[in-house]
Write a protein that binds this ligand. Structure first.
Ligand code: BMA
Length: 825
């Protein structure tokens, strides 16, 4: 077997469509894997797509027919077969080798293997891949197949098997791409090659069982081929072998197997698996663990409990979207940093959302190694999908390929049929709009579970998210299965999270802007304003800014400046989600998990993300790190009055003393109490708060502090920021230079609520290791800033960088402006 890569330099030509006249027919240098946008950008023919309102100016790219072309030298060799292997074509592609059409493909989510040996000539050959304009193609397919089916957003993404959010989403830029987006090359082989491998794990007592399904492709008359499977770890190898003609299963038994565990439950030992058939080899890694998704009914409804190796895992997760609008710009390093963002925020699961892609091997490999669980959606989101042959053959083929490709990955623990399509059918009125047309039910009820039963019965399946495991009529019922909680962002105050009693929250989120630098690098409105033209290009949510304002009302003072708007909306996002998570987790084990919408962004945008596109952690990220601590202490209301809830998501039981203090903003101890307590491993303890601590004498000037060693402390504010008489100037600061930046020490004179260091405003490269820190009088907190440029003390302590909740609102801003004016006189 030999592999010749065709990646690298190609030529790109706009063939027809809306490309400007001076570009049409002109070949420009191109890079494969890549897409037309990135090639045009590299050639200096378009401006940066994410900047300003370039999105609108560049819509023609998605309405242009693009042709990729290159030549390559070919020297005939001893092999019998020569296949063109394209791992990803985006999307409707005509593949032409030496003038002969070898394929017309219709699906970004599949790979293609095309026999081309008969077309190759010694010496120079040409290959061309011509892409139909994706926007026009989606519209054409929709029109040819019965007209529009219900969906969100402006383009008919549900008519084309392409990354849906690439056409724009309520956080995503519309950059309908075309290109060869995964590697392409020629594979030459003789007699036999391994076509696919599905290594499925099981554990029986202390023994690991690996059932490896091997499918072969043979050239000539098929014969029995000896196949070997070797499973190794730490120098010891178990081998098993068998004979396969078309496909077969080879069972390897690994005694004293080391179990693979999710983060927080144990180690992640991975076993190397090598399959050999003739001179064809397949290599991968597996982790031995069992999986179970318990959705049985109980006295409340239907639970949603994931068990790994028999142990329930409480999910602390985030939804994952493509991390770059131009998928080919992703690197292993960027994947790694993003997964670190999840781990550092105490998460144990990422949900790969169905409007994106089946992620790259890098993503799953890193999750396998680090113990981050993966919930994988099939790629159908927020739309009705036709079940007729023109679409179903593609959806079925891509699902079979994805289930097979991802089968080795220990981290992959749940397959999910779709995102919100069932709830849209049941609750959003789509049933009536459909007028009897198909909408996707067959995929969720029959095709996907059928594919999993056949190809990978080891992994749990849920038909949709949300889903009630009861019937299709109440898919978002909180006592049953999974819910998506969106009434809060769309209509209600965030305290309405407590109107739900969810078993498992698969989505809930609240918007906030990206870091100041991320935002102002691309939004150049003068003056900067939430309703500025370019700002609105970077705010895709329906009435997003109104919802941001509504969501702050009653909590934070109305912002008077753009700087205050930026900080206040970021702070409110953090408060909203922390409020939600602490409440959901306080319901453990009735509630078994929450998955926040969303971890990441695919371009610089106002969104629900915790980490912005330029990889800056928003205040929300720091809130997640706190709220997702394995040991959480939180104050929650109950019918009997405020309670303290200790959630212990560790294997260690805890015994200790809870100290309660009711403290005035100036440091006065109004009341104190200490209670001994015990919390079992993976258990929750609810403690009544003593009456004289539970209620404030003056809610505007006191807080309740509950400290439980190892759990940390909960500061319970008796009032909203807007109703608290917080000191606008409550601390002293000290800044010392360090080898990598600066160390900021903040010492409180009076209660400081939510210190946030907007480090990028001190230097665009700067980041900080802590934020959302509240201090009682006399306490200090240390913030380590890291930067690759100078960090002056004045910059670090500037009121635009060193922020806190007490310095918000019109009167304060006027004072700040006055003091800045005085200083510059
Ligand atoms: C959920 C997601 C996405 C969307 C998000 C925010 O429904 O599934 O469709 O981006 O809400 O509106």
């Amino acid at each position: 077997m030999t592999h010749r890569s065709l990646d690298g330099e190609w030529k790109l030509t706009a063939v027809s469509g809306q490309a400007p006249d001076d570009l049409r027919g002109v070949a420009i240098p191109a890079v494969v894997p890549g897409c037309a946008h990135t090639d045009l950008l590299r050639a200096g023919l378009i401006d940066a797509p994410f900047d300003g309102d370039n999105e609108a100016a560049q819509q023609w790219i998605g309405s242009t027919v693009w042709r990729y072309e290159r030549t390559f030298d070919w020297t005939p060799d001893e092999h019998e077969r020569h296949d063109l292997v394209a791992e990803g074509l985006d999307t409707l592609a005509t593949v032409i080798v030496n003038g002969t059409v070898v394929a017309q493909t219709r699906n970004q989510h599949r790979s293609y293997r095309l026999p081309i040996g008969h077309l190759l000539v010694a010496g120079e050959n040409t290959i061309a891949v011509e892409f139909e304009a994706p926007v026009d193609a989606a519209e054409r397919l929709e029109a040819e197949n019965g007209g529009p089916l219900p969906r969100v957003n402006h383009h008919p993404y549900n008519a084309l098997r392409k990354n849906a959010s690439n056409f724009g989403w309520d956080w995503g830029i519309d950059v309908a791409t075309s290109g060869i987006w995964r590697p392409i090359g020629i594979e030459s082989w003789s007699r036999v090659r391994i076509d696919s491998v599905r290594p499925l794990v099981d554990v029986a007592g202390t023994t690991g069982v690996l059932r490896t399904h091997v499918a072969l492709q043979q050239h000539g008359v098929p014969h029995d081929v000896p196949v070997t499977v070797a499973v190794s770890r730490a120098g010891s190898t178990v081998t098993a072998s068998g004979v396969v003609r078309h496909d077969g299963e080879i069972v390897a038994v690994v005694p004293d197997v080391e179990l693979w565990w999710p983060l927080g439950h144990g180690e992640q030992p991975l076993y190397e698996v090598t399959v050999t058939a003739g001179d064809s080899r397949w290599e991968g890694r597996v982790g031995f663990r069992t999986l179970e998704l318990d959705t049985r009914p109980d006295e409340h409804g239907h639970r949603f409990v994931l068990r790994v190796n028999g142990e329930p895992v409480w999910i602390r997760g985030a939804n994952w979207i493509p991390d770059h609008a131009f998928l080919t710009e992703m690197t292993p390093e960027r994947y790694s940093r993003r997964i670190d963002d999840a781990i550092d925020a105490n998460m144990n699961l990422l949900r790969v959302w169905g409007g994106g892609i089946y992620e790259s091997e890098d993503f799953y490999r890193l999750c396998d190694e680090r113990g981050v669980l993966v919930w994988q959606d099939f790629l159908l989101a927020c739309a009705a999908y036709a079940e007729e042959e023109w679409l179903s053959t593609e959806i079925e083929a891509e699902a079979r390929e994805a289930v097979t490709r991802l089968s080795p990955h220990a981290s992959l623990v749940i397959w999910n049929g779709n995102n919100e399509n069932i709830v849209a059918y049941a609750d959003w009125g789509w049933r009536d709009d459909l007028k009897g047309r198909t909408w996707g039910d067959g995929y969720y009820r029959r095709i996907f579970p059928g594919i999993l039963a056949e190809l990978d019965p080891t992994r749990p399946y849920t038909p949709g998210s949300p889903f009630s495991f009861d019937d299709y009529l109440r898919p978002n019922e909180d006592a049953d299965g999974t819910v998506h909680i969106w009434d809060v962002w769309n209509q209600k105050d965030y305290t309405a999270y407590r109107e739900w009693r969810p078993r498992f929250v698969a989505e809930f989120g609240f918007q906030g802007p990206p870091a100041w630098t991320t935002l102002t690098d691309v939004v150049h409105d003068e003056p900067l304003d939430p309703y500025g033209h370019q700002m609105l290009v970077h705010q895709k949510a329906h009435e997003g800014n109104l919802k941001l304002a509504r969501g702050m009302a009653g909590h934070l003072p109305e912002p008077a400046t753009i700087d205050d708007w930026h900080f206040a909306t970021q702070l409110n996002q953090a408060h909203a989600i922390r409020f939600g998570i602490e409440y959901f987790r306080s319901l453990t084990p009735y509630n078994t998990g929450c998955i926040v919408w969303q971890l990441n962004d695919d371009w610089p945008v106002v969104s629900w993300a915790a980490v912005d596109f330029e990889e800056r952690r928003k205040p929300l990220w720091f809130a997640l790190r706190e709220a997702y601590r394995p040991r959480l202490v939180t104050v929650q209301p109950s019918e009997q009055g405020p309670t303290l809830v200790l959630v212990n998501d560790t294997a260690e039981p805890w015994t200790g003393e809870i100290v309660f203090e009711r403290v005035g903003f100036g440091g006065e101890r109004m009341a104190e109490a200490a209670l001994p307590a015990e919390v079992g491993a993976r258990s929750t303890l609810v403690v009544a708060i003593p009456a004289d601590l539970a209620t404030a004498g003056d809610a505007g000037t006191e807080v309740l502090v509950a400290t439980a060693p190892d759990f940390g402390r909960a500061i319970h504010d008796f009032a909203e920021v807007i109703d608290q008489r917080l000191d606008a100037d409550p601390f002293e600061t000290r800044v010392e230079p360090t080898a990598t930046g600066a160390r900021l020490t903040v010492t409180a004179r009076s209660y400081v609520r939510d210190i946030v260091v907007l480090a990028d405003r001190a230097h665009r490269s700067a980041s900080v290791d802590a934020s959302l820190v509240s201090l009682l009088p006399g306490e200090s907190a240390v913030f380590e800033l890291t930067a690759d440029g100078p960090l002056e003390a004045d910059a670090v302590t500037s009121p635009l960088v060193l922020r806190h909740a007490g310095r918000l609102g019109a009167s304060q801003t006027a004072r700040d402006e006055q003091s800045l004016a005085d200083a510059s006189v």
